[in-house]
Ligand binder design. Structure first.
Ligand SMILES: Cc1cc2nc3c(=O)[nH]c(=O)nc-3n(C[C@H](O)[C@H](O)[C@H](O)COP(=O)(O)OP(=O)(O)OC[C@H]3O[C@@H](n4cnc5c(N)ncnc54)[C@H](O)[C@@H]3O)c2cc1C
Length: 407
């Protein structure tokens, strides 16, 4: 069936990437985003392995690379700033800890939006408030008052997905706290930071500075262990208080960085969490990206999962003639083990940060071969189907970048 109408909730990474592939496969796509406009900036995200392949197939390799942060690598340091360990962006074929494709979430979102805005309907400043599905479609009511009917609805509305809560159940059932809290905000670059990320760790806590494209500023990043998380996401003053409390007494440049908490124009603090669901669809409603399978920032792979998942979900639905049961089942079958490997990395990394070093070291010896095998499964552990049997309109003509290779 051509002209299948699909509504996607969320215009960050997963949403616009899915819109790209659905449009190429012949669907009529609407993306609804709660924020009044595309959210700029944010933290840095990466693309490695198969995710880079998907970006190439989208015809966006050059546009994404042009917007990258150009971070040279990372140094871990001691309290006096002496370098303990160095990771380079070129390590592991560009797929290492600091990936060669590292880009601010908002910049990647902009690239994806620019590439889809001509063929996809975007609605900003609105959200779904009611949803009722029957055998043939889904009736949706928007907060702004519009009522529409779609063939399929996909939630790409992030870790705290409202669509997931509406269709699958309350967030507590699916969001698993990993024992860490993460915060970041921009500060003036009075620290002489060049193209290198600096990371300092002390008693399970970490403080860091990351370069961003605007060299006059830097991104401060903090994490600290916390058994539970009960902070109102709207109460920024309480979040800043919590950060100050938990970072008290921390060495290195920490006090100087914290001194900018009150003059920063941006601030983010949230739990480090994963999303675990038995199924990523219910009838004609599916989930994608962090809403379905957040692997947490500690995996460094949430963006890769969203991009690869978008390609597979659109391909499977189109290959199934837009039959939701077959299409969503194919998507799950292909993605499950890839997601599992990345969630495992996220859990291991969170645990290694949350548990102070002497305790961690008292455990068994690390199994390097097993670690490498897990990393390979997390980066490349899915065979991308070519979907040659389904329509592909190719990269839309309005897209400024031409495709290097077509799936
Ligand atoms: C601090 C931090 C660091 C990270 N570091 C990395 C990293 O190094 N590497 C990496 O690959 N990934 C990283 N990630 C994860 C990465 O950001 C996500 O996995 C990626 O953005 C994919 O997200 P998404 O599009 O599924 O959801 P999100 O990016 O969360 O976007 C969800 C969108 O839905 C919108 N929305 C919310 N509710 C509604 C609603 N009711 N209706 C409509 N729209 C709605 C939101 O405004 C937002 O635009 C990090 C995440 C965080 C928070």
């Amino acid at each position: 069936m051509s002209g299948t109408r699909v509504l996607v909730a969320g215009a960050s990474i997963a949403g616009p990437a899915l819109a790209h592939w659905l449009h190429r496969r012949g669907a009529a796509v609407t993306v609804v985003e709660r924020a009044p406009e595309l959210r700029p900036g944010g933290h840095a995200v990466d693309a490695r392995g198969v995710a880079k392949e998907v970006i190439r197939w989208m015809g966006l390799d050059a546009a994404v690379r042009a917007a990258c942060t150009e971070t040279a690598g990372a140094h871990t340091v001691d309290a006096d700033g002496n370098v303990l360990e160095t990771f380079r962006a070129a390590d592991d074929g560009g797929d290492g800890y600091i990936a060669e494709i590292e880009i601010l979430r908002g910049d990647l979102s902009q690239v994806l939006y620019d590439a889809t805005r001509d063929g996809v309907e975007y609605i900003f400043g609105d959200r779904i408030v009611e949803l009722a599905q029957d055998a043939d479609g889904v009736d949706v009511v928007f907060a702004g008052g519009d009522r529409r009917r779609y063939d399929l609805v996909v939630g790409a509305d992030g870790l705290h997905s409202a669509l997931r809560a509406m269709v699958f159940g309350p967030r507590e059932r699916f969001v698993r706290h990993l024992g860490l809290v993460l915060a970041f905000y921009s500060v003036p670059n009075e620290f002489g930071l060049d193209r290198w990320l600096i990371d300092y760790q002390e008693a399970g806590r970490s403080a860091g500075l990351r370069p961003i494209q605007d060299a006059t500023r830097a991104m401060a990043i903090f994490s600290f262990p916390s058994e539970d998380f009960d902070v109102d996401y709207r109460d920024v003053a309480a979040q800043k208080r919590l950060l100050r409390e938990r970072m008290a007494g921390m060495g290195w440049l920490t006090p100087r960085i914290l001194a900018h908490l009150d003059d920063t124009p941006d601030f983010y603090l949230d739990q480090v969490a994963q999303v675990v669901l038995d199924r990523w669809s219910s009838g004609r409603v599916g989930l994608l990206g962090d809403a379905a399978f957040s692997s947490s920032p500690m995996s460094g792979q949430g963006t890769g999962l969203a991009l690869v998942g978008a390609y597979v979900l659109a391909g499977e639905l189109a290959a199934a003639g837009w039959d939701p049961e077959t299409g969503f089942a194919g998507y799950e079958r292909r993605m499950r083990s890839f997601v599992a490997a990345n969630q495992e990395i996220g859990r291991l990394h969170a645990r290694s940060l949350a548990v102070p070093a002497p305790v961690a070291e008292s455990g068994t010896e690390p199994d390097v071969e097993w670690d490498l095998e897990l990393i390979e499964r997390a980066i490349n552990g899915i065979e991308l189907p070519d979907y040659t049997e389904v329509p592909d309109s190719g990269v839309p003509a309005a897209t400024p970048i031409t495709s290097a290779a077509k799936p």
